[in-house]
Design a protein around this ligand. Sequence first.
Ligand code: ADP
Ligand code: MG
Length: 251
Amino acid sequence: MRVVAIANQKGGVGKTTTAVNLAAAVAALDKRVLLIDLDPQGNASTGLGADKGRWPNVYHLLLGEVDLAAALQGCGALSLLAASPDLAALEVELAGQEGRELRLRDALRGAEDWDYVFIDCPPSLGLLTLNALVAADRVMIPMQCEYFALEGLTQLLDTLRRVRAQLHPGLEVDGLLRTMFDARNRLSTEVSGELERHFPERMYRVIVPRNVRLAEAPSFGQPAIHYDPQCAGADAYRQLAQEFLQREQRL
Ligand SMILES: Nc1ncnc2c1ncn2[C@@H]1O[C@H](COP(=O)(O)OP(=O)(O)O)[C@@H](O)[C@H]1O
Ligand SMILES: [Mg+2]
């Protein structure tokens, strides 16, 4: 089982869109996939047509009130651990408790039912994201190629270094993914080139274009690869799934 956190402390960079569509595209290649929605906003859960806030969910799992099997729901070809708005209070509720960063890792321990587990992180570097990073083998970082992207990336890489030093030495960067890319925008092309220069081995070759179908699909409770299999966004995420699995085989 391989656990991949999809993280970036910046909001609106395509984490959830990537989590939902990559998970669905990997599942479509006959892999057993679990998607964990760790964002109190629950966008990945609603994007899959699931009931966010259904009892029990990932919040109750992290509190230790239920076990993994109880918190799961089936969602087409995927398994889902849905989020709940209650997650927003978890940081306060677990304040001062020993091992509060380890709760997701411990909850997943011994689970063998999946080939890949993807975790959709909230837009912060707080306790929820920390739980995801500790539970993960790798981190995928979706980025929009814009002016402040590199600064945000430096901060995120610092956090990963700290997590490695203090909590989880085995944590690795899976890759950087360019999302919502508009090749006509000169700044995007420049930032993209800058990323290639700084992180030649880390970049995913697949670049996800700006595509309105990707933004529409969640309101139909479907990944874009099912909502409109022909659209450019679905195409990009299917290719990303291939590239992701190729990387896995190399490692
Ligand atoms: N490639 C894309 N093209 C067009 N819209 C996109 C694309 N990726 C994401 N979006 C839209 O942009 C917004 C932010 O994306 P989202 O995946 O929710 O980011 P995050 O989870 O990082 O906050 C959402 O409304 C989403 O539907
Ligand atoms: Mg999100």
